[in-house]
Design a protein around this ligand. Structure first.
Ligand code: UGA
Length: 441
């Protein structure tokens, strides 16, 4: 099929490259010249495992193009996916500026070309947006009729950064939100060959599925983070608790790894947007609010543990190593990363912070700079002569560091394990003072 992709951000680029790898002809458009230039040369502007390799491959096969020319993309497409950003506004609601612009521009081409096209919203939008907002914009601007002259769909993404290509090509399910049979058939053709259950619903339910999934996962983690804090007080070990609880297939062991909180571009934004909307409806979403509140303070647990090991309230002149800056491993994304509030608090308490990350240092340096904050390349440099070390992001390079490395390089070998990835017994046997989230002994 001829598929057009509006926006080459995370979702757009992964969607385009993945569809092209399935044999579709993909044409992408973006307004940022620099990005278009990079992508057309086979360089990915974002760090994502396997993306660049696949991008180069589909370009070489002639199945992938990227341009600044909106009309060219839309007029040559049977299906157009809207993959633009829906950023948060200060009150937690979302801005639909880019979605609106995309819809208007698509409508202009439809008006000229008068050829049936399927328009699909992939951007995460509050339930109701596709039908009550996008559809009417296209009808008004094009003078055409939904269902007759163009089709409309909503197709949420469930891509995790770091494994997005895999999540796209091997999904747990493909959710297709459509209003008629014709639109459904076109969507099924896009996903032809995908070995996943297809869930066909109306567009508003499709939008809601995305929110309910993300908000549940975020709430699940917050619940286990709260249980971790309790486990510590009880003298229990949250890792042992979680392992046994997760064996209950009704609960599942996924997404309940306790730590210093969730971040990224999706969970925080989606939780706030749903909460904002529920307030508008006059519904008090106490669970969403509690999960957000829990997450807001969870990063500070790492600093609390640190202070309790030092048995001091201030961290004046203490040299603290921070391992990991990105919101999770295998990405350089710093959006809402727990490292930010942790480092800010350490600096406020007078500490000297030496931070490292395999790939996120450049993005971190744009957000956080301070005379007492130093970025270094390797974990060995970060822990050199340090009074303590906080593991913030569980990169495999850091997980595999043996206790000896800490013992030999640090001034005082104190580890605060914010992700509970180290074997505390082994570390303690080697004379390291180990303290971790949810470990009460
Ligand atoms: C999330 C969802 O997992 C995707 O399905 C969804 O498509 C995406 O948002 C989106 O809406 O676009 P992502 O933000 O890439 O994906 O990251 P996750 O792997 O879900 O992790 C989110 C946060 O939860 C991270 O900070 C991670 O460290 C934390 N987390 C995750 C935990 O603290 N414990 C866990 O057990 C799992």
């Amino acid at each position: 099929m001829n598929i057009g992709i509006i926006g080459t951000g995370y979702v757009g680029l992964v969607t385009g490259v993945s569809f092209a790898s399935k044999g579709h002809m993909i044409r992408c458009v973006d307004v940022v010249e620099e990005k278009v230039e990079m992508i057309s040369k086979g360089i990915s502007p974002i760090y994502e495992e396997g993306l660049e390799l696949l991008l180069k491959d589909v370009i070489a096969k002639g199945l992938f193009e990227v341009t600044l020319d909106f009309e060219y993309v839309v007029s040559n497409s049977d299906v157009v996916f809207i993959c633009v950003g829906t950023p948060s506004l200060p009150d937690g609601s979302m801005s639909y500026e880019y979605v609106d612009n995309a819809a208007k521009e698509i409508a202009q081409v439809l008006r000229k070309q008068k050829k049936y096209k399927m328009i699909v919203v992939k951007s995460t939008c509050i339930p109701g947006t596709t039908i009550s907002h996008v559809g009417p914009i296209i009808e008004k601007e094009s003078g055409l009729k939904l269902g007759e002259n163009f089709g409309l769909g909503m197709n949420p993404e469930f891509l995790r950064e770091g494994v997005a290509i895999n999540d796209f090509l091997y999904p747990d399910r493909v959710v297709i939100g459509v209003t008629d049979e014709n639109a459904k058939n076109i969507m099924m053709q896009c996903y032809d060959g995908f070995l996943a259950p297809f869930v066909c619903v109306d567009p508003t339910s499709a939008e809601m599925i995305k929110y309910v999934a993300n908000c549940f996962l975020a709430t699940k983690i917050s619940y286990f983070n709260e249980m971790a804090n309790l486990a510590e007080s009880f003298g229990a070990d949250i890792n042992e608790v979680v392992e046994a609880v997760g064996m209950d297939h009704r609960i599942s062991e996924k997404f309940m790894k306790a730590g210093i909180g969730w971040g990224g571009s999706c969970f925080p934004k989606d939780m706030r947007a749903l909460l904002h909307k529920s307030k508008e409806f006059g519904i008090s979403s106490k669970i969403l609010q509690a999960a957000l509140d829990t997450n807001e303070v969870q990063p500070f647990e790492a600093v609390r543990l640190l202070k309790s090991v030092f048995q001091e309230e201030r961290l004046e002149a203490k040299k603290i190593a921070v391992l990991g800056l990105a919101f999770k491993p295998n990405t350089d994304d710093m959006r809402e990363a727990p490292s930010i509030p942790i480092i800010k608090l350490l600096l406020k308490e007078g500490a000297q912070v030496v931070a490292t990350d395999p790939i996120a240092v450049t993005s971190a340096a744009k957000i956080l700079s301070h005379q007492n904050l130093l970025y270094v390349k390797t974990p060995e440099e970060a822990i050199q002569n340090a009074d303590a070390c906080i593991l913030v992001t569980e990169w495999s390079d850091y997980i595999n560091l043996p206790p000896e490395t800490f013992k030999e390089n640090m001034k005082t070998p104190i580890i605060i394990d914010g992700r509970r990835v180290y074997n505390h017994q082994k570390f303690r046997e080697k004379g390291i003072k180990y303290s971790g989230i949810g470990l009460g002994r």
